[in-house]
Structures are given as C-alpha cells and as structure tokens.
Design a protein around this ligand. Sequence first.
Ligand SMILES: N[C@@H](CCC[C@H](N)C(=O)O)C(=O)O
Length: 271
Amino acid sequence: MRFVKGHGTENDFVILPDADGRLELGHKQVAALCDRRAGIGADGVLHVVRTKLCAEVADQAAEAEWFMDYRNADGSIAEMCGNGVRVFARYLVDSGLAGAGELSIATRDGVKRVRLGTAGDVSVDMGMPRVLGVSGVNVNGRDYQGLNVSVGNPHLACVIDDPVADLDLRYWEPDFDHEVYPAGVNIELLNLVADHTVSMRVHERGSGETRSCGTGTVATAVAAAHGIGETTGTWTVRVPGGTLTVTLDERTSHLSGPAVLVASGDYPAVV
Ligand SMILES: N[C@@H](CCC[C@H](N)C(=O)O)C(=O)O
C-alpha cells in the first residue's frame, strides 16, 4: 500500500492515496498505521478518495473532486481537521492531482477553500466558528472553565493562568462534561503571552496530546478574543510544533501556516 507522510506544525498524518476508493479502512487498520512503534506513526490518517465515490459527501462532488476522509489515531472518524486539510492540499498539488493556487476540498464539514502560498504556507477558510456556551474540565486536580466552540468538530478552549508549558499531560485522561460533549471533545489550554499572541497545548479526541491542532487553534483564537471582549482580529498561536496564524472576521475564519510532505513509501499490509 502506497503512503505519504506529512505534517502541519508537527501535527502529523499518514496520507493514503486511494483515487478509486478501493481501500477499506477500519478502526484497527488506522490504529495500526498510526502506531508510533509498530506502524508508520501519526496523529491521524488522511484518506485521499474521489468525492463522487463516497455517499456521505457525494453532494460536494460538483465543487470538490477530492474528499479528505480524516481518521484519528485510534481509528475514530472526525468531521474536520484544520492541519490535515492543509497537508492534504499540499499532497494534491505536489502529486499533480490538483493545480497550484486555490482549490476546494470536500470534508465531512463541507467544502473547504484552500490556498497555497509561494513561501510554503497553506491557508484554509475554516468557516464561522460557533460559540455554544461554557464548560469545564479538570486537569491534574485543577478545574478550568472554557468556551465550548464548534469548528465543525467540538472544542473546549480554556484560557488559564497556569503556564501551559508546565502542565504534565502525559497520563491525563480528560475529565469533561459528557452531557455537553456526548461525542467527545478536543481540549485546548492556553495562555495569553503577548498582544494577540497565545501559547496553546491541545489534547485531541481520538489522538491524545498532539503538537498542534488547526481546528484547535481557531477555537483558541475565539476563546482568547472572547476573553478581551473581541470577536474579530488576527491571532498568533504558538503550539509545541510551531506557529499558526488565525484570522477571525464577521463571516468566517482563516487558518494559515506551514504544511510539508516528508516521506513516502510502501507499507507491507493493512493488518
Ligand atoms: N488535528 C486536527 C483535528 C483532528 C480531529 C480531532 N481530533 C477530532 O476528533 O475532532 C486539526 O488540525 O484540526
């Protein structure tokens, strides 16, 4: 099975080209591919398949030839992945499946418009994030409150006073409100570190702590802006794997940053 490996600010993905929709990807297969010791290793899988072949998104086929069928490292399915869609676009262009410049990609959260810049950056129109209320989470005995933000997928973004760099999240099993988040949640913990600049750590649903999360940085920007009484503006979000830029306006949000392909090869079998 052919694969390509890529990442966006070290949120890393196994890309599986499957133009004709022949691959049958189950939870176990995805988890085996993403295993960092026994597999290729990644935070998730980007299955590249023609939109018209997938019933769940076939209505997007007129606008977007390719569907980003995203899976978390544990094999679970998510609606959207902000870094994933940027890496997916990089793959389509570098492999000749799409022309450079702007392109549309089908996702479970609808068609996303992506633009490849000349300096290696990839930007995506993430749509209008929705603030759904407030909720709480316990981190190693400390209770934090945050904003419940939908960026197509669910987030709890908490502005906290404790420095995020000092948090020990190695054995953390997020303790969140299951009535608010019946399908699980991605949790962002953030500090304001300068004007419109935040440091963020994230625990992703289905993948654990990752070094970056695109939808998470959008939720983070929304929560940070909310904390200072704003709803629009440009935010720099520092994550363990690099830096992303989020712009919020009255209609939508944009996410921008690097997206690179680092390896390709043949994987012997999908177990
Ligand atoms: N890393 C992604 C988000 C991937 C999906 C998430 N774990 C979920 O289950 O909702 C991003 O860059 O947005």
